[in-house]
Design a protein around this ligand. Sequence first.
Ligand code: BJW
Length: 254
Amino acid sequence: MESVLLSGAATLLGEARRVVVFTGAGISAESGVPTFRDDLTGLWARFDAQRLATLEAFHSDPDLVWGWYEWRRARVRRARPNPGHVATAAIESLVPDSMVITQNVDDLHERAGSRAPVHLHGSLFAPRCIAEAAHPAPFPGTADDEAADPGEGRRLPPPRCTRCGALVRPGVVWFGEALPEAALASAVKAAAACDVLLTVGTAGVVYPAAEIPRIAADSGATVIQVNPEPTPLDMICATNLRGPAAQILPALVA
Ligand code: BJW
């Protein structure tokens, strides 16, 4: 990558007063957490999203879905934040008016020191009762439990809610489900008000999350992208830094 692009982006970031860092699965790739859409290693290259990441799938085969998410949760527990997560937390320290908005369901931003990342697609660590209207909060007792790792492709029966006996489901946002209202509202507000939005490691194809960088661009912010591959967001970005997040983000804050 041309160092002039990198130093120009670092200058823009250094001069910004309000920064949003918008992240996707690519930022956790170098921690060993698989992305979704990368050709050979992406989860959707190996697993059927319709059978695993929809409410219908959970209703029809809860043990398959719960087992798959427990396997993923165990993988994330074993992973460690990488220099990209650490640099993101450093941006938050350098720019007090900043926000990390992530589509990721892992907790690597938190473990790297980010203050309160906004999770647009929920969390692997906040399972909840499927009778959501009755129990909207994370399921008590499961959030911090040591996960049993059932192994790849193994079934595991989900626990039952201790209050009503209904099944407990993963606390993530599946296809066709609404994003958490407060998280989406604060993300939209921050995107519309920032000077610089850094979009990192996302294919930018899942909506409404993919609107976030577009809202920033439409509101006059400079959008900088970090991704080894081109994405549909290229055209709204002032700078496209092609490369892995764990190398480029530390160089941006050095
Ligand atoms: C690196 C790197 C390195 C690699 N460094 N980079 C047609 C048009 C528009 C919308 C729709 C449509 N048809 C259906 C929809 C709606 C649908 C949608 O967007 N579908 C599209 C796929 C077409 N959206 C929804 O269903 C959403 N809900 C909704 O619309 O609700 C409406 C509603 C309103 C009111 C009431 C009820 C309903 C919900 C979307 C939920 C997404 N869920 C998932 C799974 C979460 C749980 C789980 O983890 O299992 O979220 S899908 C998956 O995609 C996950 C991710 O957060 C999300 C985004 O993926 P991301 O992060 O971009 O990852 P990848 O793998 O795609 O890309 C990785 C990138 O990293 C690549 O670019 C690499 O190059 C790069 N990379 N290594 C930096 N080292």
